[in-house]
Design a binder for this molecule. Sequence first.
Ligand code: ATP
Length: 260
Amino acid sequence: MNVMKIKKFSFTYAGVDHPSLRNITLPIEQNKITALIGPSGCGKSTLLRSMNRIHDLYPGNKYDGKIDLLDEETGKYKNILNIKKENEFIELRQKVGMIFQKPTPFPMSIFDNVAYGLKIAGIKNKSELADRVEASLKGSALWKEVSDRLDKSAMGLSGGQQQRLCIARAVAVKPEVLLFDEPTSALDPISTGAIEELIVELKKEVSIAIVTHNMQQASRISDYTAFMYLGDLIEFDKTENIFLNPKEKQTEDYITGRFG
Ligand SMILES: Nc1ncnc2c1ncn2[C@@H]1O[C@H](COP(=O)(O)OP(=O)(O)OP(=O)(O)O)[C@@H](O)[C@H]1O
């Protein structure tokens, strides 16, 4: 089952005369991890950011094609490129959350960081909030480290802990899809390992797309891999096929380190 179906999708940034993505067709499988790989500037982040329309924080970008998102309650797909209203954008970003390269905790307490989205979603009951915050922190493998300091500032956490807090914040609102944009590139190997384990664990609950420059990371954790080059999708397949038996020469050259 596809949680997202990207179809003949092209994207041009505002004020730029050529598209940064051309005619991309790609499924995002439910409860699987899809890695987007390719050399710098090939459009990985642009594609990931299109999946929850975060580009639209700036006006004037041009979209073509479709990005259909499954509504897990009704089983129907809706083209997110048709979204225009502010409340629909808020709903979309609850369904499709994003974790950035640099941890982005808010300058507030650990508890309030995780409760933030829940409050926006209209949850006011204090015990319900506390339960959901605890469950999210447990779900992002941070609870043991922070349960006795929930009222302390999130800015006092280590980089790896901050990243897990951002994951807890995203998980709290029960998204269908989580988008990770190079989530470990600012972290040391131990924190990276913890985040990778967490991402693999999270796929039981959500579908995941991840941009990574780290080939080993893509091969370790992803089920599917999309190789992109200069705004085109060159090859998409099961991760083992991409890494062990790629069909395209460009894919092979990239994964064997001959360019990029
Ligand atoms: N805000 C922007 N305005 C105009 N062009 C942009 C903007 N952001 C990115 N681009 C261009 O779009 C293309 C794709 O960039 P993108 O950041 O998606 O690539 P990437 O594969 O994620 O690269 P990297 O691995 O370096 O992060 C590049 O040519 C880039 O210069």
